[in-house]
Design a protein around this ligand. Structure first.
Ligand SMILES: C[S@@+](CC[C@H](N)C(=O)[O-])C[C@H]1O[C@@H](n2cnc3c(N)ncnc32)[C@H](O)[C@@H]1O
Length: 434
């Protein structure tokens, strides 16, 4: 057996086991465990972990069809080994028998030799019966659309006419999108520099600062990246700074700030005094890193932004970006582990957290100030319904209509759906305090 591949496989199994056990997101697990493989093997590790997560609803249905009973949590490592092998058989160029043998070998390496026989039997059955299994299951929504059934139901209920586009975009690989730092350089100059380095690119349609790359590259090869000339950021996410449009001297709050993509963009937009609040200290460090690269200063606070007494000095803000924690159902293609772990109850919990944050953060806005509420969710409960409820109970809040060429106007705010080879799914609603 190829030793390098087996070590990538083992790390992939450990990462996927943690995700199956809901012990953190794929991006967090990858950041933690990718150092366990050689740097040149990281792309392969990502390919397996992202691939299994992206195709999980389908692979899981096939595996469950072949199992007498589902695996118990204590053996999710064995289940992860099976899912990895199914992914390799169907989507990678690993020879079928190598995929089976390596999965059996993995059972031994994770200290469960008893599972080798079972793993072997299931995977050999799959090699024999894959066509029949796929034919039997092809009408199942989770197999046909490769999403959990409950998410499909909600997409269909709320966005029937956009359903196909949403699902297709969520299942595709996301494009790499860059944001040009207008305070340093123009989009045309950066496009030219990229082309000179042989990096094919084209400009974004909706954000003036967006450039799409035909093929993803490492940030090291981006001209001026370490000097802060550009950042990696989705095009829909870039719209927030244009909508909020801070002016020179404004006192601006970024209330849920990490990893600081939008923080950096706000600072690039105008010479402002920015306060960035973030709950998680390890994520606050990401903002620091970002601002250091972009050479900007901001007041960074680690706090629950809803707990005003713990961080607010009672001076009102002119502009606020409230980019709340959400279901991330508009960015499933970037976080495909959502297909494994997100549950309907999470939406209700998130709606409650968002409601509390909106009500508290609103208090920190000056009269005449503006607050942009943002999510990367496609669930109306987190978006237009959340805004409808806030507007109906808050006398000094009014919505500012966004006259823009992008997205779908909904009862309150604008909903963007993820588009293949284009932007992510997002939601924006701009409010003003009277
Ligand atoms: C959607 S992300 C923000 C993305 C960020 N605006 C950007 O563009 O890079 C939401 C962030 O809010 C943080 N968060 C969640 N609850 C919070 C709270 N009560 N106070 C402050 N930050 C919070 C999360 O840890 C997470 O980093």
């Amino acid at each position: 057996m190829n030793e390098k591949v087996s070590s990538v496989r083992l790390v992939a199994i450990r990462i996927l086991e943690s995700i199956l056990l809901n012990k953190g997101s794929l991006s967090t697990q990858l950041a933690r465990k990718q150092t366990d493989v050689k740097p040149e093997h990281i792309p392969q590790l990502k390919e397996i972990c992202f691939g299994v997560s992206r195709h999980y609803p389908k692979l899981n249905s096939f595996a469950l069809h072949m199992l007498d009973k589902p695996f118990q949590e204590k053996d999710y490592d064995v289940y992860a080994a099976i899912l990895v092998a199914l992914y390799q058989i169907d989507y990678m160029d690993t020879p079928e028998h190598a995929a089976v043998n390596e999965a059996v070998e993995s059972a031994k390496l994770i200290g469960k030799p008893w599972a080798g026989k079972l793993v072997n039997a299931i995977l050999r059955r799959y090699l024999r019966e894959a066509d029949d299994i796929k034919a039997i299951m092809k009408e199942m929504p989770s197999v046909a659309h490769v999403h959990p059934k409950w998410i499909l139901k909600r997409f269909n209920k709320h966005w029937a006419s956009d359903f196909e586009q949403i699902v297709e975009a969520n299942n595709a690989r996301p494009p790499m999108c860059l944001r040009v730092n207008f305070s340093r350089v123009s989009r045309e100059t950066q496009m030219e520099k990229l082309s000179q380095q042989g990096i094919e690119n084209e400009k974004g349609e909706f954000s003036e600062s967006a450039i799409y790359l035909k093929q993803a590259v490492s940030v090291q090869s981006l001209p001026g990246f370490f000097d802060g000339d550009m950042s990696v950021q989705d095009e829909a996410a870039q719209l927030s700074a244009f909508i909020l449009a801070p002016k020179e001297g404004d006192k601006v709050l970024d209330a849920c700030a990490a990893p600081g993509g939008k923080t950096g963009h706000l600072l690039e937009s105008a010479d402002i005094h920015l306060t960035a609040v973030e709950l998680e200290s390890w994520r606050l460090a990401k903002i620091e890193e970002n601002l250091e690269r972009l050479a900007f200063n901001a007041e960074l606070i680690c706090a629950d932004s809803g707990d005003l007494d713990s961080w607010w000095d009672k001076t009102g803000f002119d502009k606020i970006l409230l980019d709340v924690p959400c279901s991330a159902t508009g960015v499933i293609r970037r976080n495909p582990d959502i297909k494994i772990n997100r549950k309907p109850a999470d939406i209700d919990e998130l709606v409650t957290i968002q409601k509390q944050l909106i009500e508290k953060i609103w208090l920190t806005l000056k009269p005449g100030g503006r607050m942009l509420y943002a999510t990367c969710s496609l669930m109306p409960e987190e978006n237009e319904q959340q805004m409808a409820s806030f507007l109906s109970q808050t006398k000094n809040a009014k919505e500012i209509t966004l006259n823009v060429s992008w997205g779908k106007k909904v009862s309150h705010g604008i909903q963007l759906f993820p588009k293949q080879n284009s932007h992510d799914g997002f939601y924006y609603c701009l409010l003003e305090k009277s």
